[in-house]
Design a protein around this ligand. Structure first.
Ligand code: KDG
Length: 318
């Protein structure tokens, strides 16, 4: 496997038209989960991925697994839980760029994942273990599961890539800060948003965030995602490098852009691109995700990514 990830994927219910949920006359069911968004993005770019999770033994779980498997992700290690339901959430897109979510995932099948559920050899088979800060927020057992997965990966030389992906609705500020900081410190590569740097380290200064993360000695690359402003990255002992954004004419749905970034970036690393090129690819895929409704639907395949990267030339050649 190129990348293995652990996390919860949910059924997302979104009003068919932008606006408040209270006025919605119909809802569109979709599948969404930060980790599977990234895995799907990697599959579309030609890479082999696997997902560790749990869903309820219910129709929603069937739909989630069928969708993720249909995109090419190995779902062999997704358990069906007889006792607990699959998670769902409502997602409102109120105006351009304003998104609200309401989760119904407390006590879900995925929130009952435990360290003993981890398929160690599957994790060991990967080049990268991809984790986000959503999973440890789901429950104490999920938190232990993530720490155990990192231990398995580190013991066998699998690189750990971590995106704090802070979800304030899922846990207290103190618990989020202490757990996510600890997880960043155990990770080889940290992909962090500008406001997340502020939340975790009290600063938006790229240099300072990187410096704090390098104190752990485990982290060897920090990528700071700045949304419409592009990204920056740093390695221990080197200067910060800025990467330009890919402007988009209109943002249809910003959710999932960070997961798309991770997919583009990781695909670059797997293909042996230089760090700057991989970060640039992350910016491009993140931008493309925002142009399409849904958390993963806008993820490009290789051809669409190529034409987006060369779009100035395409305009002339068409
Ligand atoms: O990163 C996008 C996610 O927020 C979305 O796809 C659903 O996993 C999800 C979550 O926890 O919000």
């Amino acid at each position: 496997m190129d990348v293995v990830a652990i996390g919860e994927t949910l059924l997302s219910l979104t009003p068919a038209h932008n606006g408040l949920l209270r006025h919605a006359e119909s809802l569109k069911p979709k599948v969404a989960g930060a980790e599977t968004n990234t895995l799907i993005g990697l599959c579309r770019l030609g890479h082999r991925t696997g997902w560790i999770s749990a869903v309820g033994n219910d129709e929603i779980g069937e739909r989630i697994v069928a969708t993720v498997r249909g995109e090419g992700v190995d779902t062999t290690h997704v358990k069906k839980n007889e006792m607990h339901n699959s998670g769902i959430f409502f997602k409102e897109i109120i105006g351009s760029g304003e998104v609200r979510v309401q989760y119904f995932r407390a006590g879900s099948a995925a929130s009952h994942m435990e360290p003993a559920d981890l398929p160690a050899s599957f994790i060991r088979s990967a080049k990268y273990l991809y984790l986000t800060g959503i999973t440890p927020a789901l429950s104490e057992t999920c938190k232990h599961t993530i720490f155990e997965a990192i231990k398995i990966a580190r013991d066998s030389g699998v690189s750990v890539v971590f995106d704090p992906n802070i979800r304030r609705k899922l846990w207290s500020e103190e618990e989020a800060r202490s757990t996510l900081t600890a997880l960043c410190e155990l990770s080889d590569i940290v992909l962090i948003g500008g406001t997340e740097g502020m939340f975790l380290f009290g600063t938006q200064d790229t240099d300072e965030v990187a410096h704090r993360l390098f104190e752990s000695k485990q982290t060897r690359l920090v990528v700071i995602k700045k949304g419409a402003k592009g990204a920056a990255y740093a390695k221990p002992g080197s200067e910060i490098v800025q990467v330009d954004p890919f402007p988009v004419s209109s943002v249809v749905d910003p959710v999932g852009a960070g997961d798309g970034f991770a997919a583009g970036f990781l695909s670059g690393l797997i293909e042996g691109l230089k760090t700057k090129e991989a970060v640039k690819r992350g910016c491009a895929v993140g931008a493309m995700v925002t142009m399409v409704s849904g958390d993963y639907e806008g993820l490009p395949d290789e051809r669409r990514l190529e034409s987006f990267l060369n779009r100035d030339r395409e305009d002339i050649e068409r």
